[in-house]
Design a protein around this ligand. Structure first.
Ligand SMILES: *Cc1c(COP(=O)(O)O)cnc(C)c1O
Length: 379
């Protein structure tokens, strides 16, 4: 075996021994919330297409039209010739929806975080991050060269303590948090965080990947609101909503935008159509949360705060086994393991969408009630 492969093979075996190896499994998408895997039809509680917009007729039509008119690719970075006509409508719709002066679209949510954070802060600055912030916020933070400190999840006292101790030694300070935590489904106390930031002369940046199209529109006090077009919007791409000055600055300094090709026009047109449905149909937007709450009520859990409900089983092997058992019963539920979540907090993660029927949710809850899994929940 070539040296590289021998080295990597050994690493793969170590991961497998810890039940930490991951595999890509071909999955087809069927009607409604169903998917197919290994020829078997499953009801998916693992998709982030919260409103089913990835296949909404108006979204498909907008994408098809842009595809025919502009072709499959953007042909260059947005700074060269990749800012095709379709961007203007999307960016003004985003700014409008989020209530900001301006918006800037990136290739993905990951790229938005990876480009924005290092464009704003750097060496000599301080980043305070919620301990459970998504990997791409933390990657952006690391890439910036700023000092990164993590405060305990949603713990304002801890954030304050770190600011009191370390703010003065640093030039600028950026506090980063998710609005809806992607693996826990709970929400950040945005207005209290904003007050804290003002008190310590810090900027606030939020990641709304799981909020857009799932929670009712509300005022977000953050200086920088990033998010993705790949979840409830059903397509692909990322964005930052902020002041015009901020997006102008990012457009000329965020390396993940400067040195990567613009989005395909069809993706931009699809997102624009999706956003107009999100803005126009609050009843549709209310569905995923209502479905998640139907599930938490059936299991006697705390009412869901978002479309995401975790069931923490702690150990990797136990979580994988639980996911396999659910798969045998016809449900696709993600087994989430470290490093996606902290060590010792492996979990089943249920994501609810507008496509789920009451009968599907009740059937899932009935199966889970028969297992021992609920006993493992942290108090
Ligand atoms: C999915 C996700 C992202 C990444 O967005 P993509 O558009 O998929 O790259 C960023 N932040 C959070 C919290 C996410 O859940």
């Amino acid at each position: 075996m070539p040296a590289l492969d021998a080295f990597l093979q050994q690493k793969l075996e170590l991961l497998a021994a810890r039940h930490a190896r991951r595999e890509l499994r071909a999955t087809g998408r069927g009607q409604g919330a169903t998917v197919t895997r290994d020829g078997k039809s499953l009801i998916s509680f693992s998709d982030n297409d919260y409103l089913g917009l990835s296949r909404h007729p108006e979204v498909l039509a907008a994408a098809a039209e842009a595809l025919t008119r502009y072709g499959t690719g953007a042909a260059a970075s947005r700074l060269v010739t990749g800012t095709h006509e379709a961007y203007a409508a999307l960016e003004s719709a985003l700014a409008n929806y989020k209530g900001t002066q301006s918006a800037l679209v990136f290739g993905s949510g990951y790229l938005a975080n990876l480009g924005t954070i290092p464009a704003i802060v750097g060496k000599g600055d301080l980043i305070l991050a919620d301990r459970l912030s998504h990997a791409c916020m933390l990657d952006g933070a690391r890439l910036s060269g700023a000092t990164v400190m993590r405060y305990s999840h949603n713990n304002l006292d801890h954030a304050r303590m770190l600011l009191e101790e370390h703010r003065a030694e640093h030039h600028h300070c950026l506090l980063i948090t998710e609005t809806v935590f992607s693996m826990d489904g709970d929400r950040a106390p945005l207005s209290a965080l904003s007050t804290l930031c003002h008190e310590f002369d810090a900027w606030l940046m939020t990641d709304d990947a799981h909020g857009l199209g799932v929670l009712p529109r509300e005022k977000n006090p953050a200086d920088i609101q990033m998010g993705t077009l790949s979840k409830a919007a059903g397509g692909y791409g990322g964005y930052v909503c902020a002041s015009r000055t901020c997006t102008d600055y990012l457009a000329t300094t965020a390396r993940s935008m400067m040195f990567s090709t613009g989005l395909p026009p069809a993706s931009v047109a699809a997102a624009t159509a999706a956003l107009s449905i999100i803005a126009a149909e609050p009843e549709l937007v209310a569905k995923p949360l209502a479905n998640a709450r139907r599930f938490t009520a059936a299991l006697g859990l705390e009412p869901a705060q978002s479309a995401i409900v975790p069931l923490v089983l702690r150990e990797n092997d136990k979580t994988l086994a639980a996911a396999r058992e659910l798969e045998e019963e016809g449900f696709l539920v993600a087994a989430i393991r470290p490093p996606t979540v902290p060590e010792g907090t492996a979990r089943l993660r249920f994501a609810f969408s507008a496509l789920h029927t009451d009968a599907q949710i009740d059937a899932l809850a009935a199966i889970i009630r028969k297992k021992e899994w609920l006993c493992a929940q942290p108090a």
